[in-house]
Design a protein around this ligand. Structure first.
Ligand SMILES: [Zn+2]
Length: 369
């Protein structure tokens, strides 16, 4: 049962109250930021410290599973206000799946959110009276892996996230490579098969049609729907419902030693390796970090990927080869990375607040004298 309440009004009152009584910001309190991860129908927000630890996390569905910018914005504001009751927050980083403009203020296009040119940064910043930065979710994730996870101390890092599609990001000498227009890293739509499978983007043969969670599930369901004997056990585990066969189930079966499931993940792994070899030809990174839900399959996925990578790599045997490793931060990477990217803004904000307080005190002293 869902409780109906005048959500907008309540939230507006809370915002006003927060504006009237800003947190005192205790002297010497740690410089905390909030990271927000916007998913298809839910918002995760967490308070993160300087070492990348999540001190408190809250996850909420957007009401009525709405994807409208206004509703998502309300949900973010509410989550941050909640966390602010228990923590001194100095800035907010928002990670969104989509194209974020190069000034990191607007979401230009978010395929799963039906957003077009949403000025998210200013809208949230105005309401929370805090600095806000907006970042592509894959950029946020690669940042987190570089700062706190599997890519630490790597100078040339490429991140490939295998979820429903493929998210990608690059980092060179500690700087995210966003591209001229802010939309670099869309590796999932590199063509790997001429006239291949149709992709939602409108083209054919895109990499993510072969090496993603969706690709794995599509193959598995096809086998099950065709009543293939290799899929009988999968169907049984899915309660006889083809639609309930999903990535985590196939991964679990493969880890239990189901041959066909191992093979299916191996196929995806080989396609992963082919695409990574293309990326190595273009960018020559030292490490590829593989994240996203499918990376739970670990070596079942990565070993075939390395094999295909080595077979496909330009100049193989005559060049150093990049490492292909699993991401370490799991599904909090986007949130932790967004929070950490907001940290420089938090520092500036704290200094500005301290200066304003000093000025106020000097004025008061002058009046008392
Ligand atoms: Zn595509």
């Amino acid at each position: 049962m869902t409780e109906r309440r005048p959500r907008g009004l309540t939230l507006a009152l809370r915002e006003q109250a927060a504006a009237r009584n800003p947190r005192p910001y205790r002297a010497g309190s740690p410089l905390l930021t909030v990271g927000v991860d916007i998913g298809g129908t839910k918002v995760a927000a967490g308070v993160v410290d300087r070492d990348g630890h999540v001190l408190e996390e809250t996850r909420r569905e957007t009401p009525d599973k709405s994807k409208s910018p206004q509703v998502v914005e309300d949900t973010i504001v509410e989550a941050v206000l909640d966390l602010s009751e228990r923590h001194d927050i100095y800035a907010v980083g928002v990670g969104a799946a989509g194209f974020v403009d190069v000034t990191r203020s607007s979401v230009l296009f978010a395929p799963h959110l039906s957003w077009r040119h949403e000025p998210l940064r200013d809208a949230i910043s105005r309401r929370l009276r805090l600095p806000v930065v907006v970042e592509n979710d894959a950029n946020a994730a690669v940042w987190a892996e570089w700062r706190f996870g599997a890519g630490r101390e790597e100078t040339h890092l490429v991140c490939v996230n295998l979820g429903t599609g493929i998210g990608g990001a690059m980092l060179v000498n500690g700087a995210l490579q966003r591209g001229r227009f802010g939309v670099a890293g869309e590796f999932g739509h590199m063509q790997v098969v001429p006239d291949g499978r149709r992709c939602e983007c409108g083209n054919r043969g895109c990499w993510e049609q072969y090496a993603s969670g969706n690709a794995l599930v599509r193959e598995a369901r096809e086998l099950a729907a065709a009543d293939s004997p290799v899929a009988h056990r999968w169907l049984e585990r899915a309660g006889g419902d083809v639609q309930r066969i999903n990535g985590p189930l196939i991964t679990e079966l493969a880890q239990e030693g189901d041959d066909a499931a191992v093979e299916l993940i191996g196929d995806v792994g080989r396609w992963l390796g082919v695409g990574i070899a293309n990326l190595a030809a273009a960018f020559d990174p030292g490490t590829f970090v593989i994240g996203g839900g499918l990376s739970d399959a670990d070596e079942l996925l990565l070993a075939p990927a390395r094999e295909a990578f080595q077979r496909q790599l330009t100049g193989r045997r005559h060049r150093p080869e990049a490492a292909i490793v699993r991401a370490r931060l799991g599904n909090t990477a986007g949130l932790v990375g967004a929070a950490d990217l907001a940290r420089p803004f938090a520092r500036r904000f704290r200094r500005a607040r301290a200066r304003a307080r000093d000025r106020r005190e000097r004025l008061l002293q002058g009046r008392d004298a």
